[in-house]
Design a protein around this ligand. Structure first.
Ligand code: DC
Length: 231
């Protein structure tokens, strides 16, 4: 297998809807290049999780924004995931209800504003960052931007398989409906909607394996001399 070296400080933005495979792809690309991977969804998930835990609802936007601001001092967010007040919460944040709450808080401009500078600071020395607005808002000057997508049905099938493997018996039609609703909310919001940056390379992974997507991304960056093979 070829080893690769990234240009110093290289920032790679990988955006896309849920189930597009961006998390796994980002992790593999980061490992191949020796860069940290940063999952921005965790920041929105933590905000949604705390909103539920504190008995708040998305109707009270001012209170949720305040929560996002105050939580920042207690958060460690890095390649290992997210830690709040000394507790790593990666698994706790994976549930469907947290995902849905995350999507609601992610539509709040003030929440996004509070989380923006944390993301930009964390990316400063180079990273692979995945999310929805990395190429458009968080790292608009990133030299490598990719937007992964796949059909809603295929994304529902992937999520369903994941849950089955985790021993959870769920209805694929319900997952499909949830994905549809989440897509609509993420793409229709006024502030930082889910959409490819003008200079992003769009990859439809509906009929591709993860390793094929990773190979495509590596090939693009090598062609642009953003990374080089180490012989
Ligand atoms: O990628 P994920 O499923 O963990 O993201 C959870 C929610 O957070 C999702 O509904 C969209 C939102 N999100 C966002 O709006 N911007 C990001 N950069 C990352 C996630």
């Amino acid at each position: 297998m070829t080893a690769w070296r990234a240009q110093p400080g290289l920032k790679v933005a990988i955006d896309g809807p849920s189930g597009s495979g961006k998390g796994t792809v980002a992790q593999r690309v980061a490992d191949m290049l020796g860069l940290p991977v940063l999952d921005t969804g965790l920041l929105y998930r933590l905000t949604g999780y705390l909103m539920i835990r504190q008995g708040l609802t998305a109707d009270d936007e001012a209170a949720v924004a305040k929560l996002a601001e105050s939580m920042l001092g207690d958060v460690v967010w890095n390649r290992q995931g997210i830690c709040y007040r000394g507790q790593w919460l990666n698994d706790e944040l994976r549930g469907e209800d947290t995902g849905s709450a995350a999507s609601q808080v992610a539509a709040m401009p003030q929440v996004r504003q509070y989380l923006l500078s944390l993301q930009q600071q964390a990316a400063a020395d180079g990273c692979v960052m995945d999310g929805r607005d990395i190429g458009t808002v968080v790292l608009p000057h990133a030299r490598a931007k990719f937007f992964l997508t796949a059909s809603q049905r295929e994304r529902a099938r992937r999520r369903w398989t994941q849950l089955q493997q985790a021993g959870r018996n769920v209805d694929i039609e319900q997952i499909h409906a949830e994905i549809k609703m989440r897509d609509q909310r993420d793409a229709a919001r006024k502030y930082a909607p889910l959409k490819p940056a003008a200079d992003a390379i769009v990859i439809d992974s509906t009929t591709m394996r993860i390793d094929q997507v990773v190979d495509r991304i590596i090939a693009v960056m090598a062609r642009r001399h953003l990374i080089e093979a180490i012989t």
